[in-house]
Design a protein around this ligand. Structure first.
Ligand code: AMP
Ligand code: GLY
Length: 423
């Protein structure tokens, strides 16, 4: 099978690594990919959001499956584009159509969806410029802290947590005034939930689903989970506090009603659902839905999947997940992200990377890297994900952290405490 994978991050590198191991995969292309994905397939210099270019390439190479890594092409409707084009309609797409991707593309939609299907989530109310005065009045009586969320995609920056009412009122005005562009033309005002977060993933064919290993992401830049938010500085899987009873509760109160809710709402969904959850007391609540896998969670999740990933994708595309048994390794994965100095603020690119060949007990999944004249160089804020898979969580954490120290580039930074809070 000729497979085209869209994206260029650590998530896509982990996918490419796993897809390339499948006997069902004859040719793998990654667009645009990075210096790491090039080892598992052929990198193609095209923009995943340029659907006409994706089409031309898919036809030229006889692509037989499209796997979409990031949310943007999905929210922009790449699956619909394929389904509605006579020449492309036979190609299965892993990733939902627009009507499903809106679970991530609109927080207002996802809150209404959860309310409609009785899925536990923080109480909320949405406002636009039309009813700004109602919004300000609503905030005046709101308990603090207050969570404000831009409705649309805002590159992970659209959520604000505010300690007092006056600040929240000011921010509501700024957001509705265009602080996040169009993404903030509707703002969700949400109750603050206090607890510990985790990420749960399913692959669904719209009717049945397979639950993938859960993971925990570490979002803050600083040791001890302090400082600015990032795209994610590391992850672990499994998550020790997600015991059997808690995972069963997630399945019953969140996963089942979500998949059934999509079907009830006539949303045909083939792809990943990423449940961003928070454990409040013993109960799970949904913080957000994403229509794709998480990054860096994927780098911890994929190495724990023993099944053939292409076989799994094929079963999803054929609506055959009801009979699918996923084989998961009982081992522990830990991922440490190496980032560029200055990230998540301004940072340099183009720094030569060395020492990847010196890592001993881990995989190096490339994220923001590029190959220039035979030299691997930094090309983004998050540069490399170092994942170790070991018998105990402690060993996985130690190995990943030690191997992260064996790689060099000017300005390199990583957290040395990923996952140690959970032991
Ligand atoms: P989101 O983009 O919706 O995932 O939000 C980003 C982050 O903000 C989440 O990962 C949480 O850490 C935090 N957050 C979002 N909503 C809430 C909430 N209702 N209560 C507490 N924290 C939240
Ligand atoms: N790691 C969080 C995300 O991918 O959104």
């Amino acid at each position: 099978m000729n497979i085209l994978l869209l994206g260029s991050g650590g998530r896509e590198c982990a996918f490419a690594w796993k897809i390339s191991q499948s006997p069902l995969c004859s040719n793998l292309f990654i667009a645009p990919g990075n210096a790491g994905t090039g080892a598992y397939g052929k990198n193609i210099n095209l923009n995943p959001n340029d659907f006409e270019a994706v089409k031309a390439f898919a036809l030229k190479e006889g692509i037989e499956m499209l796997v979409v890594g990031p949310e943007e092409p999905l929210v922009n409707g790449i699956h619909d584009f394929f389904a509605n084009d006579e020449a492309l309609a036979h190609i299965p797409v892993i990733g939902p159509k627009k009507e499903g991707a809106i679970l991530e593309g609109s927080k207002d939609f996802s809150k209404q969806f959860m309310e409609r299907h009785n899925i536990p989530t923080a109480k909320s109310k949405s406002f636009t410029n039309e009813n700004l005065q109602d919004g300000l009045a609503y905030l005046a009586n709101h308990a603090t802290p207050i969570v404000l969320k831009a409705d649309g995609l805002a590159a992970g920056k659209g959520v604000l947590i505010l300690d007092n009412v006056a600040e929240a009122q000011e921010e509501l005005k700024l957001m509705l005034g265009g602080k996040f562009g169009n993404a903030g033309s509707t703002v969700v005002v949400e109750e603050f939930l206090s607890g510990i977060e985790l990420s749960v993933f399913v692959l669904t064919d719209g009717e049945n689903y397979v639950i993938l290993p859960e993971a925990k992401d570490y979002k803050r830049i600083g040791q001890g989970d302090t400082g600015l938010n990032t795209g994610g500085m590391g992850s672990v899987s499994p998550v020790p506090f997600a015991n059997e009873a808690f995972l069963a509760e997630i399945k019953e109160t969140i996963i089942e009603p979500t998949v059934k809710g999509l079907a009830k709402d006539n949303i045909d969904y083939t792809g990943f659902i990423f449940f961003g959850l928070i454990k409040v007391g013993e109960k799970p609540y949904v913080i957000e839905y994403n229509c794709r896998m998480g990054d860096p969670e994927t780098e911890s999740v994929i190495p724990r999947i023993e099944s053939d990933l292409v076989e799994l994708f094929k079963a999803a595309a054929e609506k055959n997940l009801g009979n699918y048994k996923l084989k998961i390794s009982p081992k522990n994965a830990a991922t440490v992200m190496l980032v560029a100095g200055g990230y998540p603020g301004d940072y340099d690119k183009g720094k030569a990377i060395s020492g990847i060949e010196n890592i001993r007990h881990s995989y190096a999944f490339h994220a923001g890297t590029t190959l220039e004249g035979g030299v691997v160089k930094t090309n983004g804020g998050r540069v490399l994900a170092v994942t170790s898979l070991q018998d105990t969580q402690f060993n996985a954490l130690q190995c990943a952290t030690a191997d992260a120290g064996r790689i060099y580039f000017d300005g390199k930074y990583f957290r040395e405490d990923i996952g140690f809070d959970l032991i």
